[in-house]
Design a protein around this ligand. Structure first.
Ligand code: ADP
Ligand code: ZN
Length: 730
């Protein structure tokens, strides 16, 4: 990269993570020379902030008024391509640059970077001024001239105080260092699978060819669960390794990274770099630096890994590309899948989107030739796809308050008899979604949110799934004060577990939901017990539907297939299709034939029909057609806005004002809807008012939105969230 640098007393524009002027402020350089892209500390107001040298400064400003750059920060310079990426993300998501810059800092405090533990070794002995105690310390240290000791080791083994050690440090007799406990990331050779089926081999060759071109391209790798997508894209990773390029693999959930890390170790005998919320402090800082210095080859991460400062990224894999968790829904709202394509197109890198059930967005991009596509149609080896059976709940009556049909019960009994495992899927955490008073009909809700409280029996609490607050389960109705008449209504995974325990008293039953995700090691533990056959029935929410291999699960029961189909979400059918297809795919992944039972009140719904008949393409075509007619995404573009604040009326006033301006100035560009109170009208005592803009897909609406929003100044207490390509409308 061409280096551009500035000299002492020149003026530069620095991009900071602070909101003042969108983050861009001018400063005078104190150093001899500073590079474009170099990280610096600068004063703002009374505080000191991190920034990056972004541009040459304005010559119009009176330099007397300008402050000076305080110091440079010792991390690798920001590359030109990352800079372009930040600009593009800010533009696409309609956010100020400072917010996107902040994302790229990865929650690391670069002003006071985490350091390893302080360790001590012998220093310059000529400077000694001897006392008996000092002599004792130095004698030990000089016996081990190359060894580092911790303070604790020194003070306890020598029975001296920390003060004495520090004296010797200041005299120069002892040196201090910071230990980096962890060993460096190891490099590996590209290793290709030798057991590919004919189809897999073709796919692998095609992917490797694309990677070797070092050009931007996106390809959809579509294959049923168990078809070997991972096996095949590991070959593409090997090809990138051969070309000395870095590789980023995005996974939708931390729990899934556990599996993938194992696969990488299996194939390459090295551990990949990991980047997600479970990686903190020193580890985070270390990976950030290693990525920038090209000291790590493979990185696996959550969506935010896209913002890491890769030195030479050649391949991005988005596993389970359809997954909703790729969408960040607060702060800067972005879809990591789409931003991965954006980053790769800036870099000239290859993207592989892998899924058994691609998103309609991707499906359409394939149809119109923007993306390529490879199919893996069969499962690998002897594994066959599960039989799918629909249980019509209109015919099979289930007693009130129960949720497991006689058919499902019989199938589970059979599995227990044959020592096989069953998986029951219900996308609802907790015990019951509603707690209702049987006398007055009152439903217990959150005090600060527009949401009902969900009963959690294991925690013995009522919890709000919006704000996370919880309270004890009362025995007295808060409304009519009668005692003992509160009833938990509707199913949650915990209630299904109760029902199973009654039906199968000897079965070993466990629950896996996002409540378990609070503790990743616990999830890991559950998975390994599942794998070793210590669990008979696993009951789970969305998280069991994804990616994992559970060889001994031969039955999948979907408790309520209709759950996701209710509601007004434009993607309701698509999302339900994806999750039902994914969960059913968990059954019979190895030699044993699997079966999936789908409980529904609407067996003729197109989604249920497509799943049971295995006719995925027909479903996509139907769904695509409906969206095209409605000019909905992916055929139309949507941008959602959520105004939040403590006063509902003020929000509506601002909303109406904004809508008025849009109608006057931009109506030919796009239609606007709202303002309307959001379906969840209040979270954490802040009201929520929504607006929605709908326009043609090809329209470059973002610059207009930016201009439009800047025409109204918001009171301090009001915030506006801009969500381009929204997934959720709550
Ligand atoms: P997917 O990612 O499509 O769900 P995986 O790559 O996880 O599929 O493959 C499913 C299972 O089959 C895994 O246990 C994997 O190790 C095995 N498998 C797939 N392809 C091969 C292959 N070519 N050689 C050996 N094992 C394979
Ligand atoms: Zn709440």
């Amino acid at each position: 990269m061409e280096e551009i640098f500035f000299e002492q007393e020149q003026i530069v524009t620095v991009l900071t993570d602070q909101p003042v002027n969108g983050g861009l402020l001018d400063y005078v350089i104190s150093e001899n020379s500073i590079n474009l892209g170099q990280f610096v500390e600068v004063p703002i107001g009374g505080r000191s902030c991190i920034g990056v040298v972004w541009d040459k400064g304005s010559t119009k400003i009176n330099r007397i008024k300008l402050k000076r750059v305080s110091r440079t920060i010792d991390i690798p310079f920001m590359s030109n391509d990352l800079r372009k990426f930040l600009i593009e993300v800010a533009r696409y998501t309609v956010n100020p640059l400072n917010k996107v810059f902040k994302l790229s800092l990865g929650a690391i405090d670069f002003k006071n970077p985490p350091r390893g533990k302080k360790v001590y070794k012998v220093g310059n002995l000529e400077l000694r001024s001897i006392t008996p105690k000092r002599k004792k310390v130095l004698a030990l240290l000089s016996n081990f001239p190359n060894r580092f000791f911790t303070m604790k080791q020194l003070t306890s083994s020598l029975d001296v105080g920390a003060g004495l050690i520090n004296e010797l440090v200041s005299l120069g007799n002892i040196e201090t260092h910071f230990s980096h406990h962890s060993t460096p990331y190891q490099t590996c050779k590209g290793i290709f699978s030798e057991t590919l089926s004919k189809n897999q081999k073709l796919a692998s060759e095609q992917l490797c060819k694309l990677v070797s071109l070092s050009k931007y391209n996106t390809i959809l790798l579509r294959g049923v669960t168990g078809s070997g997508k991972t096996e095949v894209y590991l070959d593409a990773i090997s090809q990138a390794i051969v070309m000395r390029k870095q590789i980023l693999v995005l996974v939708p959930e931390i729990a899934l990274s556990i599996d993938f890390v194992k696969r990488v170790i299996n194939r390459y005998q090295v551990k990949p770099g990991e980047w997600h919320s479970g990686v903190q402090g020193m580890e985070r800082f270390r990976l950030y630096n290693a990525v920038a210095k090209n000291d790590v080859q493979i990185v696996i991460g959550a969506r935010s890994a896209l913002f890491l400062p890769f030195a030479d990224l050649g391949l991005i894999i988005v596993d389970e590309e359809h997954d909703g968790s790729y969408k960040q829904e607060d702060g800067v709202c972005y879809n990591a899948r789409d931003m991965a394509v954006m980053r790769a197109s800036i870099l000239g890198a290859q993207v592989i989107l892998a899924s058994a059930t691609p998103s309609l967005e991707t499906w359409v991009n394939v149809q119109n030739g923007k993306y390529r596509r490879i199919d893996l149609k069969e499962r690998y080896g002897d594994a066959v796809l599960p039989d799918i059976e629909v249980v019509n709940l209109r015919e099979q009556k289930i007693p009130k308050g129960s949720f497991i049909s006689p058919s499902l019960r019989d199938e589970i009994t059979l599995r227990i008899k044959h020592r096989q495992q069953s998986l029951l899927f219900l996308n609802r955490r907790g015990y019951a979604p509603i707690t209702i008073c049987q006398i007055c009909g009152f439903q217990i809700g959150c005090k600060i949110c527009d949401a009902r409280l969900v009963q959690h029996r294991f925690k013995n609490k009522l919890m709000c799934h919006q704000c996370g607050q919880s309270e004890n389960i009362p025995s007295v109705c808060p409304n009519c004060c009668t005692n003992g008449n509160l009833k938990a209504v509707g199913p949650g995974v915990e209630k299904i577990a109760d029902e199973c325990q009654n039906l199968f008293p000897d079965a070993r039953i466990e629950i896996l939901s996002s409540d378990s995700l609070e503790d990743v090691s616990q999830v890991e533990d559950t998975f390994s017990r599942l794998a070793s056959g210590e669990i008979d029935i696993i009951i789970g929410t969305q998280i069991v539907s994804k990616g994992h291999n559970f060889p001994n699960i031969t039955l999948v029961g979907i408790i309520d297939a209709d759950l996701g189909l209710q509601g007004s979400d434009l993607r309701a059918a698509e999302k339900t299709f994806q999750s039902l297809r994914q969960v059913s795919g968990r059954a019979g992944r190895h030699k044993k034939v699997g079966k999936a039972l789908i409980q529904t009140y609407s067996p003729n719904h197109p989604v249920i029909l497509a799943i049971s008949e295995g006719n995925d393409d027909a479903f996509w075509a139907l769904e695509a057609n409906a969206r095209r007619k409605a000019k909905s995404p992916p055929y139309g573009k949507m941008v959602a806005f959520v105004l939040t604040g403590p006063n509902e009326k003020i929000l509506f006033d601002i909303g109406r004002k904004l809508v008025g301006i849009w109608l006057r100035s931009y109506q030919i560009d796009a239609r606007i809807f709202g303002p309307a109170l959001a379906p969840v009208g209040k979270i954490r005592d802040r009201f929520r008012v929504r607006m929605l803009i709908k326009c043609n897909k090809t329209k470059d609406i973002q610059p207009k939105i930016r201009k439009w929003l800047s025409s109204v100044s918001l009171p301090r207490s009001v915030k506006i969230l801009v969500d381009v390509d929204p997934q959720n409308f709550f």
